[in-house]
Design a protein around this ligand. Structure first.
Ligand code: C5P
Length: 404
């Protein structure tokens, strides 16, 4: 069967990444990689000062596209680089944006390639400020921020924390991952606008005693990526998460739980308000019947027997409600993927099952999935989990729309 992409959304999106002359320019290299994971094609334009912090050849190698630094670059045949470079782009993203560059934007200066591009653009402009805390707090910069927002420019950050100058405060650039996620969310079509999505993600932890427990190797990466993609698509997302070290998706309402019983209780509380339920969590099938209050002491003589009892099936419970939300389950199998996943879809009565091989998926950064619904099986290409998540959300939106 041919592998498909559902993406009508951002895989084909191209942006200009403008880099200006601040020390945070070093993070731009990482940003290009993270944007690429979202399926965004990046064309870099640098100011002369930015070239003092990071070289165009680094950005060229990472983006796979020529880097422009100069108005008079002869690679654009009609000498209209200031217009041509932004024409087929969805947005210009300036990261880092210095205080000086923001001031230039406010006043409409056009004295180098990047500022001219911004003035001549017909696409959105996003800026990620990066500067010393006193420069950020200065009334002039604050006036400029207000004016940029009035002009329809989207501000990404800044964050607070340690600064390269040794001071601590507001003004440092957001981390590359956060900027990439925000840009991807900005560009995503709002296919889930006005809808409430309830999700589970991560592993569960079933206590044995005060310090020990049974868990699994689910990282939460796939679930958190789906939460971000759903937020990008305009949904209100409630995420019930087992223990995970993944960064909290910006804009999600997150409830942290440990055991399947806690996850089930949190899902029950929120299920009625949900239009869509996505069960990504690797919920433990069994829990210890009577976890001990105190640490079990080792004895050299006797074997230790733990009695395990089944956990409730959260996904099946949601799907069996009188007026269930559109339900999506995951199936991680180690063999016979399609057969087992389809059997699970029918037995649990869910609208869509996302199936992956456990050995390929758990803890990995990439994933290869197949989607099973009433219309059949659709295989997606192996891709970073962020990109796979967007395809899954696009498919959910299409099926949800068709069902209504
Ligand atoms: O039956 P199996 O555990 O393979 O099904 C996986 C799907 O069911 C996942 O979507 C998972 O989140 C969900 N599930 C659940 N509650 C359980 C077990 C699995 O919601 N107790």
């Amino acid at each position: 069967m041919a592998k498909e992409r559902y993406m009508t959304d951002i895989t084909s999106k191209k942006i200009v990444l403008g880099i200006t002359g601040g020390v945070a320019a070093y993070k731009a290299a990482e940003l290009v990689r993270r944007l690429g994971e979202h399926g965004i094609t990046v064309h870099v334009v640098m100011t002369q000062a930015a070239c003092g912090f990071i070289t165009p050849s680094t950005l060229q190698a990472l983006s796979g596209n020529p880097v422009y630094t100069d108005m008079w670059d002869t690679r654009i045949h009609n000498s209209m680089a200031h217009i041509e470079l932004s024409r087929d782009k969805a947005a210009i993203v300036i990261a880092p944006a210095t205080a000086d560059f923001m001031a230039k934007l406010v006043h409409g200066h056009a004295d180098d390639l990047l500022s001219t591009l911004c003035l001549a653009r017909d696409c959105s402009l996003l800026v990620a400020p990066a500067m010393n805390r006193q420069m950020w707090d200065h009334p002039a910069t604050q006036r400029n921020v207000t004016q940029l927002e009035k002009d329809g420019v989207t501000l990404l950050g800044p964050a607070s924390g340690d600064q390269a100058c040794g001071e601590i405060g507001a003004g440092r650039m957001l981390e590359a991952q956060d900027i990439a996620d925000a840009v991807a969310a900005f560009l995503a079509p709002k296919t889930l606008s006005g809808l409430t999505v309830l999700m589970t993600a991560g592993p569960t932890f079933e206590p044995i005693d005060a310090v020990r427990g049974i868990t699994n190797r689910s990282s939460g990466k796939m679930g958190y990526a789906i939460a971000r993609a759903a937020i990008g698509a305009g949904a209100k997302v409630t995420l019930i998460s087992g223990p995970s070290s993944q960064p909290v998706p910006v804009g999600a309402s997150v409830t942290n739980v440990q055991s399947a019983a806690e996850m089930f209780a949190a899902v029950k509380l929120n299920a009625k308000q949900a239009d869509i339920f996505i069960g990504v969590a690797a919920v433990a099938d069994y829990r210890v019947e009577k976890p001990r209050e105190h640490k079990i002491k080792k004895t050299d003589k006797a074997a230790l027997t733990l009695k395990l009892v089944p956990n409730p099936d959260i996904l099946a419970w949601v799907a069996a409600q009188p007026k269930p939300p559109f339900t999506v389950g995951f199936a991680a199998e180690s063999q016979n993927l399609e057969t087992y996943a389809d059997e699970k879809r029918r037995r649990k009565k869910v609208n869509l099952i996302v199936a992956n091989l456990a050995q390929n998926a758990i803890g990995a950064d990439d994933n290869e999935v197949m989607l099973l619904d009433d219309s059949g099986t659709h295989k997606l290409m192996r891709a970073p989990k962020e990109a796979v998540a967007k395809e899954i959300v696009a498919r959910i939106a299409a099926l949800y729309g068709a069902a209504k």
